[in-house]
Every structure is written in C-alpha cells, then in structure tokens.
Design a protein around this ligand. Sequence first.
Ligand code: ADP
Ligand code: MG
Length: 484
Amino acid sequence: MNNNHESCSSFLEFEFKQNLLRGINEAGFKIPSPIQTQTIPLILGRHDIIAQAQTGTGKTAAFALPIIQNLKNNGEIEALIVTPTRELAMQISDEVYKLGKFCHTKTVSIYGGQSIQRQIELLKKRPQVIIATPGRLLDHLRNERLNQFNPNTVVLDESDEMLDMGFLEDIEEIFSYLPQNRQTLLFSATMPLPIKKLAQKILNNPKIVKISPSETTNSDISQRYYIINEYEREDAIIRLIDSEFPTKTIIFVRMKKEADVLSDCLCSKGYLAGALHGDMEQRERLQAIKNFKEGIIDILVATDVAARGLDISDVSHVFNYHIPLNPENYVHRIGRTGRAGKKGVAITLATPLEFKEIRRITENTRAKIELYEIPTIAQTLKTVHSNLIKTLLETEITDDALGIYEQLSNNFESTQLVCKLLSYILKESKVLGPNKIGLSQKDLKKFKDSIFNYQKEKHSKTHKPHKTKRANNVSKKHKTRNTS
Ligand code: ADP
Ligand code: MG
C-alpha cells in the first residue's frame, strides 16, 4: 500500500474473537487498510477518535470491526451509527452484517421514507447496532420512540457529507439525547471548520488519525477502462490480447477458481497461459513464476494475494478482469507494469454498474483512467496486419531463410512467393469471438451521457459559493423530513 504509515500484516494482530475473524475471512479481507490499522486499536481501547481518510479506504470496517468485537449482546442497543443517506445506511448495514455474521450481530437501519410503524417493530427486536440517517433518527428521539436508548458507542460517518447536506443542527440535537459516558467516533473524508467545531463539542479528548491520500500512480502506465456486459469478460480479454501484442501479461482475477478457469480457457484457445493463486503449492507457484519470467508462458492469470510484491520485468500489460476491491489494490496491481522506466498498459474491465468503482479509484489515486472501446474483428485485423508489416521490416534475414529461398525461387516468382508466405502467416492470426464486444452504441451513449452529467453536476457543486449551497441543502433537508 502506498502510504507513509506502516500497515499491519494481518487482522490477527487485533486479537479479535474467532467468529469475527471468520467474518473478516469470508468477506475476503486479507490485510487491514492503513485507516483500519491505526483506528482499530484506539477504538478497542475505547478512545474517542477523529479519523480522516479518503473514500474507499475502508472506513466502515475501521469502526464496524471494533464495535462488533466490543458488543456484549446484552439485549440493549449498544452502538449507533449516523450516516447522511439511506444508501449509505444500507451499505453500512450490509458491511456490518457481512463482518458480524458469525457473531450474530443484529442491525436495524432507520431512514426516511420507510414506515415509522415498521421501524418501531424492528426496534422491538433489540438490535445491537442501529444505523440511521439524522432526520429520521431525530424524529424517533423527539417522539420518544426509542426507549432505554443508551448506546455506548456512537459513530458519525461521512461527517463532511452531513455538513454539506445541512444536517449539522440535527446532529447537535441528536447528541442532546445521547448518554454522556459514551465513546464517540467521528469519520470524515475532509475536515472543514464546522466539523472541527462540532468535534470539540461532542468528542472527549479525541485521538486524531489522518491518512494522507495515496501517491499518484506512475505516469509511465497508460490506464484505460472498457465498459462491457457481465458475460463478455472472457471475450473482451481475448480480443484485447489479440489487438495489443503484449510481451508479458498479468490478468488479475478475484477468486482462485477464476484464475484456473480463465487460464485453462486461454490455453485451450492456443495462448500460453498459466495460473497463480494461493491454493497452489509453493513449488507450483514458483514454477509458474519461473515459466512466466522465462517466457514459457506469456500470460499469468493471478489473484491479488499471490501476485503481491511480484517484480517481473517486461510486463507490458496488466488486466483487471474484475475491478479490484479497493483503490490500494488497483495501485498495487497496475504497479506490476511500467517498472524501471518502461512503458506499460493497465486495462480494467467494468460493467456500467461497476463504473462507480472506477470513479472511486480515480478520486482516490488521482489516476487518469480513460474510456476506450473494444475493437471489432475488422479493426483488430487491421492492427494485426500493420503489426505484421512492422515486424517484417524489423526482421533480419537468416542463412536458413536464404537456403530455402534458393530452392523455392526455381519454382515460384518472387511476388507469388511472398504472397504465399504472407497467407501462411496470416492463417495463424484468426481473430476469435463475436464481432462487437462491449455495450451497444445506444447503451454506450447513455453511459457516456451519465458520466458527463455527473461531471457537470460535480463541477457546478464545487464552484458554487457556500451560501447558495447551504440554501439548497436546507430545502433538501426539509424534503427528507416531509417524506419521514
Ligand atoms: P470508505 O468508507 O472509506 O469510503 P468503505 O468502508 O466503503 O470505504 O470500503 C470500501 C470497500 O473496501 C468496501 O467494499 C469494503 O468491503 C472493502 N474493504 C474494506 N476494508 C478492506 C480490507 N481490509 N481488505 C479488502 N477490502 C476491504
Ligand atoms: Mg464510508
């Protein structure tokens, strides 16, 4: 991970209970992110904290894990997590469920738009963790619908976002209902002044953790993404390999089994591929790496863990078969190419739904990842042909070739001979798969429009004076209230 701070090598260092470790393991988390490394011990030690780290750095698990670890399961609501939107509430609820599955952690989400009656019923089931948006939570608190509500840990998640949405007063009022002897955790991507002031009011002698953004990614690596449909991943990879002429390629996949399947599929189609993943024996892994280094295979299909720290020169292309789980992994994966001043290409496949992950990566790493379209068969053949011409121009004539030419020149005239040879070579360059891979033109246009609109919105948001923004947000807040 690109960070100034040392990161833990494993979740074992926090001495979590077995069932929590099981949840972490099933979630596929291998090593704690920097914000997790730094905040988890403090939270376990029951300190108040102010934690600042960019989006996508694993802040949710940073507070969820120690909260789950500290739960007493005594039939009370033990933790409250306040977050600005319903989507975030659901996302946090999913993450807590995922991590706390084997600890039987019960959560209830409370947000505007859902029936009050239904929420009251859910609350009767005595969840240990409540995840709430400010408006609806305050509504319950004011109307005394939360009895014996004394959470010992309170989290403000995405605090800057809550400020932007005009929730600051609500938050302060919420705290007037909370017990004094609580632990309070404030998480935010940025720390504007009003949030600092809020922190002074509600936190008690807080520890401050700040993780600075990852380094910008290597400019020798050209980064692209391709928008495809879910079922097209294999075809897309094959087409791109055919049109890119990689010297050495690493394809990153999420699961061990995927590595085997994709590697077998590529081999069956005539590519020199091999798998590298954690289920292979050490000896097999070393052999795969050796084969790759020596060019016995030129495509390595690998999982993140297996490829960690892999330093192989001449990797011209890195493919993300699926988007990596977090920006750190992205930086790590693409760093396998463009080494020692050489140029490299990093290609990511994404469905339209996964595009938000690309956006998260670009926002976090400040990487410039450009949208490309997958070439059709005709376009690929054109590249194949021009590459053949380029290769021919660079090829030196050998003695063997001269000898064969002597023999052949008695029977064929030169033009005929050259055309025969070219036809022979081109027989090998069949382009496999469907002609068009990726979204239809219509869907692609829709996709591009949606990115464009997002950027426009974002631009106008960042350029609006603070006052107007506030005014807008007040009306937004009222809207939320009305639907409550
Ligand atoms: P943030 O709140 O900082 O924006 P999230 O908590 O939403 O980030 O985490 C982003 C993604 O990374 C989530 O999908 C989460 O499951 C995943 N994640 C979090 N911690 C880890 C980890 N240690 N290893 C792998 N993935 C992780
Ligand atoms: Mg978050």
